[in-house]
Design a protein around this ligand. Structure first.
Ligand SMILES: [Fe+2]
Length: 255
C-alpha cells in the first residue's frame, strides 16, 4: 500500500506486537508533549464522555501499553486494542471492529510532525479513539459500524460508508449542555482543528443527516468545511441502525 510502518511482521489480520520496550525516551517525551498540548484544550472542546474516560486511563506520562489498556477496556465494554503497523485494508479493519477490536498504530510521528500528520499514528489513534471505547453506546455503535463495513464491501458501498465514519468517528461534533463539543478523533487529537471546529464561524455545522453525510465528500489535508452535529451517541446509534442498502441504492442512482 506504500504506507509508512513495518508490515513485514504483520499477521493475516495485520496485527503486530506492540513491542513497548522499543520506544525510545525521545518518543515517550514527544508523546508527552502532544498529550500536554491537547490536555490544555480538551476541557473546553471535548465531549464529556471523552473527558470522563481519559481520567481513568493514566495515559499522560508515556506511550501507553496496549495490553494494560485492553484489560480495562475488556472489563468496561468488551473491546480491546490490537496493535497494527499503520493503515490496514478495509476488510481487516472492518473485521477487527466487528469483533470489538480497535486497531491502533504502533509508531509515533516524528518531532517535525508535531502539528500535523497525514497518516494516523499512535497518538492520534490512542488519544483520539480509545477513550470513547469506554462509553457503552459509542462502543456498541462502533461494533455495528464494523459489521456494516463488511456488508458495505459486499454491496460495493464502502466509499459511502466511509463518509459516515469520517463525519462522525473522525470529525463528529456533539451538542452538550456546555455547547458544541468534539467527539471525533481527528478533532480531539488535532492541535489546531479542535478549537477551530467549535469556535470558528467559518465552517458549516449541520445537524446529523445520514444520507447527506453519505453524499458529502471530504478533504483529508485541510480543516473541514462542514461538520455534522449529533445530540448524543444514542442518536448516532439510533439513526444508523436501519439497513443502509436502500440508501446506497438511492445515492448511487442519483449520481
Ligand atoms: Fe482515526
Amino acid at each position: 500500500m506504500g504506507l509508512r510502518g513495518d508490515y513485514t511482521q504483520a499477521g493475516a489480520d495485520f496485527s503486530v506486537e506492540q513491542d513497548w520496550s522499543r520506544y525510545t525516551a525521545e518518543e515517550h517525551a514527544l508523546y508527552r508533549r502532544l498529550f500536554d498540548r491537547q490536555s490544555k484544550l480538551v476541557p473546553r472542546y471535548a465531549c464529556p464522555e471523552w473527558i470522563r474516560a481519559i481520567a481513568h486511563l493514566d495515559a499522560a506520562r508515556e506511550i501507553p501499553r496496549f495490553d494494560q489498556v485492553s484489560s480495562k477496556l475488556r472489563a468496561a465494554t468488551g473491546w480491546e486494542i490490537v496493535a497494527v503497523p499503520g493503515l490496514i485494508p478495509d476488510a481487516a479493519f472492518f473485521t477487527h471492529l466487528a469483533n470489538r477490536r480497535f486497531p491502533v498504530t504502533v509508531w509515533l510521528r516524528r518531532p517535525d510532525e508535531f502539528d500535523y500528520i497525514v497518516e494516523p499514528d499512535v497518538f492520534h489513534d490512542f488519544f483520539g479513539h480509545v477513550p470513547l471505547l469506554f462509553d457503552r453506546v459509542y462502543a456498541d455503535h462502533l461494533h455495528e459500524y464494523g459489521k456494516g463495513g463488511l456488508k458495505a464491501m459486499r454491496l460495493d458501498a464502502v466509499k459511502m460508508l466511509a463518509r459516515l465514519y469520517w463525519y462522525t468517528i473522525e470529525f463528529g461534533l456533539m451538542t452538550t449542555a456546555q455547547g458544541v463539543r468534539a467527539y471525533g478523533a481527528g478533532l480531539l487529537s488535532s492541535g489546531g482543528e479542535l478549537a477551530y471546529c467549535v469556535d470558528d464561524p467559518k465552517p458549516r455545522r449541520l445537524p446529523f443527516d445520514l444520507e447527506r453525510i453519505m453524499r458529502t465528500g471530504y478533504i483529508i489535508d485541510r480543516y473541514q468545511e462542514s461538520y455534522f452535529v449529533i445530540d448524543s451517541f444514542d442518536q448516532l446509534m439510533r439513526e444508523t441502525a436501519p439497513d443502509f442498502t436502500p440508501i446506497y441504492a438511492r445515492i448511487r442512482s442519483s449520481q
